[in-house]
Every structure is written in C-alpha cells, then in structure tokens.
Ligand binder design. Sequence first.
Ligand SMILES: NC(=O)c1ccc[n+]([C@@H]2O[C@H](COP(=O)([O-])OP(=O)(O)OC[C@H]3O[C@@H](n4cnc5c(N)ncnc54)[C@H](OP(=O)(O)O)[C@@H]3O)[C@@H](O)[C@H]2O)c1
Length: 438
Amino acid sequence: MSEPLRIALAGLGTVGGGVIRLIEANASLIARRAGRPIQITAISARNRSKDRGVDLSGYAWEDDMVILGERPDVDVVVELVGGADGPALALARTTFEAGKALVTANKAMIAHHGLELSAKAEAAKVAFKFEAAVAGGIPVIKGLKEGAAANEIKRVYGILNGTCNYILSTMEDTGRDFADVLAEAQAKGYAESDPTFDIDGIDAAHKLSILSAIAFGTAVDFKGVTATGIRRVLAADIAQADALGYYIRLIGMAEPEVDAQGNHRLFQRVHPHLVHRDHPLAHVDGATNAVVAEGNFVGRLLFQGAGAGDGPTASAVVADLIDIARGDIGAPFSIPAAELTQAAPAESGHRTGKAYLRFTVADRPGTLAEIAAAMRDAGVSIESLIQKGRVEVNGEERVLVALVTHEGPESGIAEALRLLEGSPSLAEPPLVMPLLEE
Ligand SMILES: NC(=O)c1ccc[n+]([C@@H]2O[C@H](COP(=O)([O-])OP(=O)(O)OC[C@H]3O[C@@H](n4cnc5c(N)ncnc54)[C@H](OP(=O)(O)O)[C@@H]3O)[C@@H](O)[C@H]2O)c1
C-alpha cells in the first residue's frame, strides 16, 4: 500500500471529534478504499487540556492552528473551527500558499471567501473540498459535481437548516408557538444560545449560495441571497396550512435566469413556504435536511439525510479525504473559479405561483373588505379566504385573516401590500409564504 495521507485537524469539537472517531473506527476499510491509510499527524484547538473522550497523545499539538498549514509532515489540513473570517480564513490561505490541500465544513467561510480560496487552491494545484459544508452528511455536492455532472441543472432547492426544520415540525406536532419551541430546543441543545444564524435563514443562505455555484456554474454570491427566517410563523399559520393540505418548511431555492436584455441573473431566496403534502419535502421532519435538484436529462433528484451531528458530518469530511487520497483534485466548484459566470441577483416580481398571505388585523368592521379591495386593485385573485376569528398570539389576543391567492406574479402581491401599508386595520406587516406544489 502507498504512503499514508497525512492530515492535520484544526478544531476538535463536535465535528473534529467525530472525524477522529471515524478515522480510528474505520481505518482499515478507509485505507482499502482510498488505496492508502489516512493518518492524523497534528491537531489544534483552543483548550489543550479539555477532555475530548479520545486519546490525542499520538498527535502533535499546535497552539496556533495557522501553523498546521506550514508543517512539513502534513499533506491536507482539515479546518473544523468555523467562522467566515478570523483564524479559519488565515489557516485556509496559509494552507494553499504552502501548497497543501484543504478540507472544511465551514459554510460561512466558503459563502464569503469561496471564490478567492478556490482560485488559490487552483493556482497551487491542490484540492479544496467542502462536502460537509452543505447539508452535513448528505453527499449533495458530490451528487451534483459527479452524478449529475452531465446535466444542465434548472433549479435547486431544499431544506437546508435542521434547527428550523426541527422547530417547524415540532410546532406542527404539538400546536405550540415558535418562541416556546425555540426555548425548549435551546434547553435541549438542538438550537444555539444565539440562534440568529439558524432561525433568520442565514445559515441556509450560506449553504444555498454554495449549492448555486456548483449547480449553475455561477460565482458564489451570498449577498445575492434574500433570506427570511421562521420567527414570524405562528402555530395558527401551521394549522391553516394543514387545513389546506400543506406543511410549512423553510426552503432555500435557487434558479438561474436570463433577463429580457439577455443578461444572466440568479434567483436565490431562503423563505418559509407552504409545501404541498404530496411533495417529498413536506415529509422531511425533525433535524433532517433534503435537497432537490432538477436536471434536464436526469429529472428530479432528491438527496435526504442528516444535515448535522458529529457522525454524519464526519462522514462527509472523511469522504473528501478519501477522494484526495485517491488523487482527485478537480475544480472546487466544478468549473475553474475564473470561468464561473457572474450573474446579478434576479428580481422576484415576475415569478409566478400561488401564495399564502396572513394578516393580523384589528377586530372591526370593514377590515376584510379593505384587504379584498387592495387585492383587487393590485390584480391579485383570491382562491380561498379563511377568517379564523380571535386567536391568542404569544399571549396577546389577535384576529387573523389568512388567504391563498390564485397563480399570479409576485409583483401583484407586493403591490397589494404596498396599498395596505400604514393601514390602521393591520396590527403588523402581513406574512407572505409562497406555495410549493408537487
Ligand atoms: N456541528 C455540526 O453538526 C456541523 C455540521 C456541518 C458543518 N459544521 C461546521 O463545522 C465547523 C465546526 O463545527 P462544530 O460544531 O464542530 O464546532 P464546535 O463544536 O464549536 O468546535 C469548534 C472547535 O474549534 C476550536 N476552536 C475555536 N476557536 C479556535 C481557535 N481560535 N484556534 C483553534 N481552535 C479553535 C474549538 O476549540 P475548543 O474545543 O478547545 O474550545 C473547538 O474544538 C463549523 O464551521 C460548522 O459550521 C458543523
């Protein structure tokens, strides 16, 4: 068997610990599949004396993780620290400058600096892989880069954040409100103490921007993603959706477009949707992730599995290491960084579909007529209207009016909401959620 692939691990937390356990547990099958053993030579974390439940005595320790990239006994650096900038980015740059390969699970860093890092890796002719950064253990990057490589991908979308999906499906199962379920998820360790990145859709937006680049050959454009999270979804919305035959899911969706002037545009949006119960994503529950990719020859592909956790994420990290051990370098985004298309963000107004609108209104006559008039004046046709009467929302009594529109352009809904802006009838801005049909 050939020389071992020597790796350094930066970060020994959830994922780093999982990688050590996986490499130790499956050492011989990994060596057979990779054609050579994968050997950890050096490690780094913040706290050297922390008990991590694994024996670290055989590995060299570096207090400064950036040094790992320069060590002569390291072929590949595995960055499992996190953060878009700071030491993770410094380590990535140092690693490529030293002519070594990098594997990372750090979606924030790739969303912000993926292009620069890809160009550096390509210039150094070394591998830069990040399967674990999108949907944890699900081999969706490999699926798109390899299995679906011959296809033009028309659209990619999915459930990209396990915390949000856990909260929404728990609200669905228990009828409880968002704040209540979030507090419980935090107490159980399923949600971070600062949950902003997850529940406001930023984490899903990081992942979506990476998926778009791989699926469509466009330059990573995290800033071009419009992200709305799940904070405003009420238990009452979930009940209304259920009555209509839908489940609420936070969906990241991306689609390339060519505008009237022939310019390439990229639509990227993270937003809660009403997903029809016949759609496969409606049945993705708990912390699970799922990604749908639509190829022009293969049709619809569905990738589903654990989007986080030590075992699944380590599985993706080590799969990347096996590829590198086999000699696979390849362009990180399938297409060399300099050849990725620059596509400006697409407007959403011309997109057509049905939508769910929920208004929190004052309990007085004429409110419903006012909403209906705004819809009519904006050319939005209403398919069904449900006035649910009084409900308690986070301890306050409110009246909710929900409606579903017929198929139409999103610009019509935006215009209706503009007409209603500032109306004393509305207690808060309406919540709009597109419908995702079969
Ligand atoms: N957790 C998941 O399920 C999951 C899934 C997909 C992707 N990811 C990504 O994987 C990465 C790691 O996530 P995680 O959940 O494993 O995080 P974590 O449990 O918080 O572990 C982070 C590790 O980084 C170390 N660290 C932090 N700052 C450091 C510094 N300045 N120098 C050296 N080491 C430092 C910490 O050291 P100490 O242990 O000494 O504090 C810890 O070992 C992140 O990019 C995350 O987005 C995680």
